[in-house]
Design a protein. Sequence first.
Lengths: 238, 238
Amino acid sequence: MAETQAQHMVLAVSTVVFSLRPHPDTGELTLWLPLVRRIRRPFKGHWALPGGPLENSQDLAAAAKDAVRLSTGLQPRHLEQLYAFGDVDRSPHAPERVISIVYWALVRQDEDAQAVDAENVDWYPVEEIPGPLAFDHDLIVRYAVDRLRAKVTYSPIAHAFLPGEFSLAELRRVYEAVLNRALDPSNFRRQILSQGTVEDTGRRATGTAHRPPRMYRSAPQSSRYALTIEENNDPVRA
Amino acid sequence: MAETQAQHMVLAVSTVVFSLRPHPDTGELTLWLPLVRRIRRPFKGHWALPGGPLENSQDLAAAAKDAVRLSTGLQPRHLEQLYAFGDVDRSPHAPERVISIVYWALVRQDEDAQAVDAENVDWYPVEEIPGPLAFDHDLIVRYAVDRLRAKVTYSPIAHAFLPGEFSLAELRRVYEAVLNRALDPSNFRRQILSQGTVEDTGRRATGTAHRPPRMYRSAPQSSRYALTIEENNDPVRA
DNA sequence: GCTACTTGTGGTCAAGTCAACCTGAAGGGT
DNA sequence: ACCCTTCAGGTTGACTTGACCACAAGTAGC
């Protein structure tokens, strides 16, 4: 049975990588993701998600991490499986059937980026994807954005975009960029502080043109949240 | 690359099938799932989740549905992808690497069941799994139960266990069985009615040894819920 | 036929959550 | 000295939730 599969199926791992950058037009912080130009058929010349065929000795998450590193030169600060896409008709023009196990990741832009193949990689705001992408990657991107937005509302993953110390206003701007809407500063502060996912460092920022904000760091994760049972979507070996 | 994969990887689709039955000891409604005894290596003789290698011309969800039908003779009333398991070391004794895309499903016990291979299939309460199961299926079952419990609290999937008409008490007993704790009848009624996922049929049950309950049916799904964006975890083609 | 029992149905009440809004604090800029 | 900006904290009303209470409406037993 395995032999029959072999001739016509390819198992690939791809990753939707999210980062935050100011938008060149408006200057507002927005969600960006890297795309890779395909250099072979099918969909040669189209933009696609970073990824590739799964190596034999590689765990799925490791392959997803490699996709991040190879396309961006960055280490993912959060990595989570999104979905397995495997409909028979999802790559109509391809000679073989491609099944993609897709992850999504968060990276910090400011970190030291290793050299990447800048020629075939480019970053785009999630609302300005140069479509249509290869395969069903447009659908995948939309789904990944939905998941990120949903998860950010009940899980403290937004910290992954920020450095070790940050003000609540910086954290709020991350949330606003992800959710694409303004949040009330006062209510945001209350919510974040009440859920106990950040702790005060005692320091304050200096050199701001206004009242200096307190600086916080993300608190060590307690094993359980008040609202949901799952701390991470990924299953954990006991 | 595809050829290299082929010799050592197998892509399988399995399904965690949930059903409700009274517990033989206590009589209380509890969660059950069917297991299949493996008749070949690796893990020959161990119990495992229903499933098998993915056929070439078969969509992933279709393969998952087949796993339900072949093991139970029932049609799944709800089907959703759970996770893709593919760690290199998850089948230590297997000659090849097995990557499993796992779904979970809900079935109604009372429906006409087609003939199945009863010899090698048996049902067990989720708390009394005859472990250890083959591969990492114990982990998968635990994860699937967590997901079902989480999802039932914010999505009206519990109706899938029930026939077309049901009383709110029957629906409550479904929730109690899934969540494994008692729920206040009055508060449960208020919550369910306020979320508008059921509608009154106007009829009442007869022949009960107490006040006859109103009968409800599940309301046609509106396209959007108040609390969450996602109606279904699965991505939807636009 | 009367009473006890069981479960359905509806309501109250206090605690908690959340969005909208208001006010003062504390810096730099001019 | 004054203005502007953002930080920080509090108030209010609408809504949700869990605990609890009371009555409704059938059957079962005597």
